[in-house]
Design a protein around this ligand. Structure first.
Ligand code: C2E
Ligand code: CA
Ligand code: CA
Ligand code: CA
Length: 279
């Protein structure tokens, strides 16, 4: 048992060591990525489920790493948040999103809602929030079709400040979406406190054991409750026809997912918009 304990300790230490090593490596890599402008945006269509009409897009960051190909956001967002590199990254993402919105407006897609993700830190940190406010006012745009997606973790750390800032953003016209709804803590409490417009039903709900009867009842309850509060509901992670049909049958109006459209580069998404506009 003694040797076992010893081994455990050394394994543990090695693990910490490796982790911090990986962390530093990743942070250096991100820095190079920023310098080389390797971060780009993909867009995933959001669909009105009944009609199949594209009503919006979610901007999702992609790291096109030289030599390694695409690195998924889950592998670098957390490191970037911890090092503060997320601020520089998000400045670029926001500029990019707003410029894209402007371009779509000019091409006649004014009704298209454009969503982007705001990291949990950015809302709370004073200097960063001021910067975001400035960035957002650089563009002369109709903000009512721009959606800022936030997660519960962003608000949980400082609820009063979060509410205050979400109100500021809403006064400017932006819509606020609560992302990954259903995965957090006491979601209902938050629903009542937060100034939000949209709820994004997490994919863990949508894929619930292929939606057995019991699961459908739960989702139906959540969706009708959200509607009761006046929120728009967007279901995430729709991967099958069955899931789509179930969601329609319980009154969920909007959704996104691989079955409806994967995240695409700007050329592909523009081609898709062109085709659907022509129909
Ligand atoms: P999220 O905001 O919940 O984004 C949805 C994620 O689900 C995306 O992963 C998307 O590609 C994926 N997805 C879409 N449809 C389906 C489906 O049918 N099935 C499944 N299994 N997955 C689907 P992605 O792009 O890898 O992003 C992961 C997370 O990284 C995002 O989760 C978001 O939290 C974060 N993220 C992505 N882009 C940004 C960004 O620009 N800024 C910040 N702060 N975070 C971002
Ligand atoms: Ca999101
Ligand atoms: Ca989500
Ligand atoms: Ca997420």
């Amino acid at each position: 048992a003694k040797t076992e304990g010893k081994n455990k300790i050394s394994f543990y230490e090695k693990n910490i060591h490796e982790k911090s090593n990986n962390f530093i490596l990743m942070s250096n890599k991100i820095q190079k990525g920023l310098t080389n402008k390797e971060f780009i945006l993909f867009y995933q269509p959001q669909i009105e489920l009944r009609t199949g009409k594209i009503t919006g897009m979610e901007a999702l960051v992609r790291w096109n790493h030289l030599g390694e190909g695409f690195v998924p956001p889950n592998e670098f967002i957390r490191v970037a948040e911890a090092t503060g590199q997320i601020y520089e990254l998000e400045n670029r993402i926001i500029r990019n999103v707003l410029a894209q919105k402007k371009e779509w407006e000019e091409r006649g897609f004014s009704d298209l809602e454009l969503s982007f993700n705001l990291s949990s830190k950015s809302l709370i940190r004073d200097s960063k929030f001021e910067q975001i406010e400035e960035l957002l006012s650089e563009y002369d745009l109709d903000y009512t079709n721009i959606v800022i997606e936030i997660t519960e973790t962003a608000v949980i750390s400082n609820i009063d400040l979060a509410v205050e800032r979400l109100n500021i953003l809403r006064e400017k016209g932006f819509k606020i979406a609560l992302d990954d709804f259903g995965t957090g803590f006491s979601s209902l409490t938050y629903l009542m406190m937060l100034p939000i417009d949209i709820i994004k039903l997490d994919k863990s709900y949508v894929c619930m054991k292929n939606m057995e009867d019991k699961d459908i009842h739960i989702i139906k309850f959540v969706v009708s409750l959200a509607h009761e509060f006046g929120f728009k509901v967007v279901a995430e992670g729709i991967e099958t026809k069955e899931q789509l049909e179930n969601l329609i049958s319980i009154g969920c109006e909007y959704g996104q997912g691989f079955f409806l459209g994967i995240p695409m580069d700007i050329d592909s998404i523009n081609a898709l918009l062109q085709v659907t506009a022509a129909n």
